[in-house]
Design a protein around this ligand. Sequence first.
Ligand SMILES: CC(C)(COP(=O)(O)OP(=O)(O)OC[C@H]1O[C@@H](n2cnc3c(N)ncnc32)[C@H](O)[C@@H]1OP(=O)(O)O)[C@@H](O)C(=O)NCCC(=O)NCCS
Length: 130
Amino acid sequence: MIRKANINDLKAVYNLLQEGVKSGKVLNRSLKELSTVIKSFYVFEENRKIVGCCSLEVYSKKIAEVRSLVVYSKYRNKGIGSLLIKKCLDEAKSKGIYQVLSVTDKSDLFKRFGFKTEINKKQAMFLNLG
Ligand SMILES: CC(C)(COP(=O)(O)OP(=O)(O)OC[C@H]1O[C@@H](n2cnc3c(N)ncnc32)[C@H](O)[C@@H]1OP(=O)(O)O)[C@@H](O)C(=O)NCCC(=O)NCCS
């Protein structure tokens, strides 16, 4: 079952994100930061356990980001990741957002939704200020 996350899901989402962080695929986020954005997350539950998550962070009417996408390895390749992306995109569309970005090496997965690589030979870089 897919649903919006709430503050009670904070620890479970944090633990799930660590799985992605370990593999170097997902940016680390502190519990404090996550608590401010937890409502931007969708979670996928199986037998009441959160096994997948993804957030749509809306920065402005112009741009939002699909980020923090992780599914526990045991539950992968069953369509859960795709469903999470779809929910985020449905929300972005319903909010009339102009552009959605994702920083990912799973380009095939995102291309299926119509994402395109627009900037060649450039890397996303980050400076953490908090
Ligand atoms: C990326 C990630 C979230 C994908 O989750 P997932 O639940 O496996 O995603 P899906 O099942 O929707 O898609 C994965 C593959 O399974 C295939 N698939 C989807 N439904 C399927 C089904 N019912 N049966 C068999 N295969 C299926 C998809 O076509 C896809 O193929 P691809 O690898 O060639 O793109 C997961 O691999 C993960 O957590 N990785 C580590 C963190 C990470 O890389 N996050 C992305 C950062 S943006």
